[in-house]
Design a protein around this ligand. Structure first.
Ligand code: TMP
Length: 195
């Protein structure tokens, strides 16, 4: 049984939809489960939204995302301590993948640097599902949204996608084909969580 599970992937990969379906399925099975997300809706999460919308300095953006996560991590740990399964739509790998791209021309090895910043300060997931999808397809899925944020550009998402693939090694990670049917993806996640 896994307790702390994160869902990762580029914008339009479908991870938010599947995390909600996984929540419902686990509840139906009688599990005590909570679904949370990042950026959060706390005051720090609101600063994060501002950073995204105004295309803020990449260092300020990275520090703000990490601050939001450290605060969120305290709540996540409380849920874990009371025996809940915690599902989280986006977590640390989002910062490594997205801010890794934003900082790539600014510092050497940004992903390593970003990992150092939050190391030992946040709970570690037992499983991270990486929703793999071609960036052109993911963008076409979200084209009809009211407003696209600055990150939702093909050239940027291609680099984020490539960071996700680099990050997805090691036993924490399970890559899933985001183009598969929703029901199939939900079953893959649920059976892996309760294994
Ligand atoms: P959302 O669409 O999942 O709400 O996330 C908003 C955007 O923020 C999305 O483009 C991914 C990006 N993001 C980061 O760049 N770094 C992070 O650490 C997180 C959590 C999200």
């Amino acid at each position: 049984m896994k307790h702390f599970i994160t869902f990762e992937g580029i914008d339009g990969s479908g991870k938010s939809t599947i995390s909600k379906l996984v929540l419902e399925k686990l509840k139906t099975m009688g599990h005590d489960v909570v679904l949370t997300y990042e950026p959060t809706n706390s005051w720090i999460g609101k600063c994060v939204q501002k950073c995204i919308e105004t295309n803020s300095d990449p260092f300020i953006t990275a520090f703000t995302f990490i601050a939001d996560r450290i605060e969120h991590g305290i709540q996540i740990q409380k849920w874990l301590d009371t025996g809940k399964i915690v599902l989280c739509d986006r977590y640390a790998e989002s910062t490594y993948a997205y801010q890794g791209v934003q900082l790539q021309d600014k510092i050497k090895n940004p992903i390593k640097w970003l990992k150092e910043l939050s190391k030992d300060r946040i709970p570690q997931p037992d499983r991270t599902f990486i929703f793999v999808i071609d960036p052109e397809k993911s963008l076409s899925r979200i084209q009809n949204r009211d407003k696209l944020i600055p990150f939702e550009r093909l050239s940027f998402l291609e680099k984020v996608h490539s960071n996700y693939l680099k990050l997805a090694s090691g036993k924490q990670f399970l890559k899933v084909d985001a183009l598969k049917e929703k029901e199939h993806l939900t079953n893959i996640c649920v059976s892996d969580i309760i294994k």
